[in-house]
Every structure is written in structure tokens, then in C-alpha cells.
Design a binder for this molecule. Structure first.
Ligand SMILES: O=C(O)[C@H](O)[C@H](O)COP(=O)(O)O
Ligand SMILES: [Mg+2]
Length: 316
């Protein structure tokens, strides 16, 4: 593990121009970078226009599994960001579907889902049959003779992701699949995020809290298909034809986004930019830099900036 120098604070026109000239490809995290809940972070649309004007490529990589790529497209359009295509958006409901194919789970198999519609849609689009998920029978109070407590033997894997409708019925039914056949059914977790920045500065529980709840309950490990998974990064770079050394990951969370860029050797080891517009504040970064151990090195960004707003203002 190499010791990183302290991150460069992007606070001058020169440093912002350096970022623009050094990288050809920008990988953007969404929550806390592009938007906070349903509010676009100011001037993000301008920043993206500026990248286009400089012939830069950009894509979006979100650990949020609740929306499918199609629904993300609609969200981008509602927020005034146009000319994005579905294959430039990588939410973890999609990476979970890709993981099922990598595990060679035959198309047409049933997959038990604890999570929202995004996972159901991406699994269906890939050719799987999601069950559980948003089935309204799971919204009921606890019932010990609930029909979904009986395991369907045709289920070949379990996918767990974020949901705001987490309840005992869903935990209990999912547990049956995680324990089934001596815990041998693959267990995919969409992400490890503990929390994420909601509107008006409120911090909310994220998908990792649901995934880890189930991992603890079942006493099982899971396959994380979200950032910082190197498999996920490799798929994206290959899909997009992006050169690793010319790519920059921009995110607001050090243990997912920044580690993703650093472990993936983006920008020749200088390919991560932390923005402070989401869940990480300057004090968190300062604390990491002051007390870092060797294993924290992969969390240290190459650059940090206030937000994409501040970047575009420096470049204007
Ligand atoms: O589980 C979630 O909801 C996500 O962890 C959270 O929204 C983070 O998404 P990202 O910042 O990767 O877009
Ligand atoms: Mg984020």
C-alpha cells in the first residue's frame, strides 16, 4: 500500500483547470454530488455542459439501488439534465443483475428480493424473475402462517438493497432464503453505505444498513456489487472504453467512492476527487488525515473541493 500525499484542495482557477485538462473521463457519484434527494446541486447542469464543451466523457455510478436506469433517466430529465443515455447510468440494482449473470445463475431463474422496484426492474430486464420485493403481501404485520414464509425451492439467489419499507415480515421471509440449503444460495448486497445525505441536511439510513442487518441476522457474508467493488469498476471501464489513467471518480463518500477510484488505480493513482456537498464534511476529512493508519490510505482522496458548484464557478 502506497502512502498518499495529502489531497489538493481545488480552490483556485489553476487547480480546477488542472483537473479539466488531466482527465478525459469523469465518473460521478449521484447522491451528494449531483443532487440531494430531488434537488439538483446548484450549477451541476452547467458543469456537465462545460465537460461536454471540452469533449470530456462522463457517466454516473450510484450505490442507490432503489431506481432502475430508466427511472434515473426520467429523474435526470426532470432536473433539467438532458442528453444522457441509459447506458451511461450505473446504479447498483443494475450491478446486482450483472452479478447474477457472472455467477452463472441461469436466466429465467427466480430471485428473492429485499428491496425496491429498481432491483425488480433491472432483474426482469436481465431475464430473471424477481419475487418478494414490492409484493404488497409483505407490507403486513407479522403473521407466523404468512404464505411467503414458505421457501420457494426454485429461488436461486437473494438480492438485498435499500428500501424505506423495511419491516419484520420482509426480514423474516428473506431470512428463510438466506438460511435455506445450509446457507448455500448466493447472497448479493447492493451496497455498504451506512447513511446518505437527504434533503435539508438530514442524514438518512442507506442500503448498507439493510444489507448488513440481513448479514448479521443470517450470520453470512454477502457479495457487495456497489462501490468500492473492483469488479463493478472493471465492468464500467470496459463497457465505456475508458482508459483507467485518464479517469477520475468524483464522490462524497470516502469508504465507497474514493476507495473505488483509489483501489481501481484511476488517474495513475491520482484519480479521486472528494466533494463536500454530501455526507462528508471537512472535519471528517481532517480527522482521517490526522489519524490515518496504513489501511486508511485507500480512503484518502487525491483532490477535494466544496462541490461541483464551486468547480464550475472557478472555471467560468
Ligand atoms: O443506499 C442508498 O440509498 C445509497 O447508499 C445512497 O443513496 C448512496 O448513493 P450514491 O451516493 O452512491 O449515489
Ligand atoms: Mg454519494
Amino acid at each position: 500500500m502506497t502512502i498518499k500525499t495529502n489531497p489538493v484542495y481545488v480552490s483556485t482557477k489553476d487547480t480546477a483547470e488542472h483537473i479539466l485538462s488531466k482527465y478525459d473521463n469523469f465518473l460521478f457519484d449521484c447522491d451528494g454530488v449531483i443532487w440531494l434527494d430531488n434537488k439538483l446541486i446548484p450549477k451541476v447542469d452547467k458543469f456537465l455542459q462545460l465537460l461536454r464543451a471540452h469533449n470530456k466523457k462522463f457517466i454516473f455510478v450510484s450505490n442507490n439501488s432503489s431506481k432502475s436506469r430508466q427511472v434515473y433517466l426520467e429523474k435526470f430529465a426532470e432536473l433539467g439534465i438532458h442528453n444522457i443515455s441509459k447506458n451511461e447510468i450505473y446504479p447498483t440494482c443494475y450491478s446486482a443483475a450483472l452479478e447474477l449473470t457472472k455467477l452463472q445463475i441461469p436466466l429465467g431463474s427466480k430471485i428473492w428480493v429485499l428491496g425496491d422496484e429498481g432491483i425488480e426492474r433491472e432483474l426482469t430486464e436481465m431475464g430473471y424473475i424477481p419475487i418478494g420485493g414490492t409484493d404488497s403481501r409483505l407490507d403486513s404485520e407479522w403473521q407466523e402462517n404468512h404464505p411467503l414464509l414458505t421457501v420457494d425451492p426454485e429461488v436461486k439467489a437473494v438480492v438485498v438493497g435499500s428500501t424505506k419499507k423495511f419491516n419484520y415480515m420482509k426480514i423474516a421471509t428473506t431470512l428463510q432464503y438466506l438460511l435455506y440449503k445450509n446457507k448455500s444460495i448466493p447472497f448479493i448486497g447492493t451496497n455498504i453505505d451506512r447513511s446518505y445525505p437527504g434533503p435539508e441536511g438530514i442524514i438518512l439510513p442507506a442500503g448498507g444498513s439493510v444489507v448488513n442487518y440481513m448479514a448479521y441476522t443470517a450470520d453470512r457474508e454477502f457479495i457487495n456489487t456497489g462501490k468500492p467493488s473492483s469488479d463493478f469498476l472493471d465492468i464500467i471501464l470496459q463497457d465505456q472504453g475508458f482508459k483507467r489513467e485518464k479517469s477520475l471518480m468524483v464522490g462524497d463518500t470516502m469508504y465507497t467512492d474514493i476507495k473505488f477510484g483509489n483501489d481501481g488505480q484511476l488517474g495513475d493513482g491520482q484519480g479521486s476527487l472528494l466533494v463536500l456537498s454530501g455526507g462528508t464534511k471537512f472535519t471528517d476529512l481532517a480527522k482521517l488525515l490526522d489519524n490515518r493508519s496504513l489501511e486508511d490510505e485507500s480512503l484518502v482522496p487525491s483532490f477535494y473541493a466544496e462541490s461541483l458548484t464551486s468547480l464550475v464557478e472557478l472555471l467560468e
